[in-house]
Design a protein around this ligand. Structure first.
Ligand SMILES: C[S@@+](CC[C@H](N)C(=O)[O-])C[C@H]1O[C@@H](n2cnc3c(N)ncnc32)[C@H](O)[C@@H]1O
Length: 245
């Protein structure tokens, strides 16, 4: 007879609420949101601290035990966002979508397009990492960003990818979305919501040109980001949605 094996700790480490948690929960309170989708969940620091009633998370490589978190109102899909929308998203719309998956423009275009299809007039969409910190951070391939910064004598592993182009795409080609880029506190993120308003005059009016924008173009056309404080962006979004109800 042998002694019983010591119990293996299966407890999930507690998540740390993030600045996104703060923004999403504030928005949810203002909008009365009941269904939340997060694309790109990783360790779940945001996902697990969002207090919306029904939560859906998508990530091909979750970095936590999803079985310990899933329940009747919280579902987790270990797959890419493309596959999720093709096979698992169902038909019920979401009130808030947080896009934080693959930080490459073409993928963010697909994620935003799908998010628009799976949301309604009372919904908000938040896109992560929309202002890169330097020219290297804006490169579409992460290892290139870090290597080239080092080659130029810089340090640090910051990488935002070329997600910033999505603001230019929204500005020129999604006239039914209003948006503000939250800047000043924590990581910049672009908040979008459906809006009927005066048509914007396209700046580039070329999908090809937008797909090739660089960090320098962003510096030259920074007004396209429509920067706002976190509070102002949330207030504007909530007011626009509230006015329609
Ligand atoms: C920056 S992390 C997400 C952080 C998380 N949203 C948070 O606030 O704590 C990005 C995640 O996106 C996931 N990812 C990469 N490609 C993806 C894709 N095609 N679809 C969905 N998620 C993806 C990665 O596996 C990674 O876990």
């Amino acid at each position: 007879m042998t002694d019983a094996a010591p119990a293996v700790a299966t407890e999930l480490p507690p998540p740390r609420p993030t600045h996104t948690t703060r923004r999403v929960n504030a928005l949810a309170a203002r909008l009365g949101a009941r269904r939340y989708l997060e694309i790109g969940v990783q360790k779940g620091h945001t996902f697990r601290t969002v207090t919306i009633e029904q939560r859906v998370g998508v990530d091909p490589r979750f970095q936590f035990d999803t079985a310990a978190v899933a329940n009747e109102t919280t579902t987790l899909h270990a797959m890419t966002s493309d596959r999720f929308f093709a096979e698992a998203a169902g038909t019920r719309p979401f009130d808030i979508v947080f896009i934080d998956g693959l930080h490459v423009f073409e993928q963010v275009v697909r994620d935003l397009t799908n998010a628009v299809a799976w949301t309604g007039w009372d919904s908000a969409i938040l896109i992560d990492d929309t202002i890169p910190i330097d020219v290297y951070s804006a490169l579409p391939v992460q290892r290139d960003a870090i290597r080239m910064r080092q080659q130029a004598g810089g340090r640090g592993g910051q990488w935002h990818g070329d997600v910033f182009k999505i603001a230019f795409l929204i500005h020129d080609f999604f006239p039914f979305l209003d948006y503000r880029t939250i800047d000043g506190t924590d990581n910049p993120q672009t908040l979008c919501w459906r809006a009927q308003g005066p048509a914007r005059t396209p700046v580039f009016n070329s999908l090809e040109r937008i797909s090739r924008l660089t960090w320098f173009d962003l510096q030259a056309h920074g007004e396209i980001m429509r920067k706002a404080s976190e509070q102002d962006a949330i207030d504007l979004c909530a007011a626009a949605i509230g006015a329609r109800r």
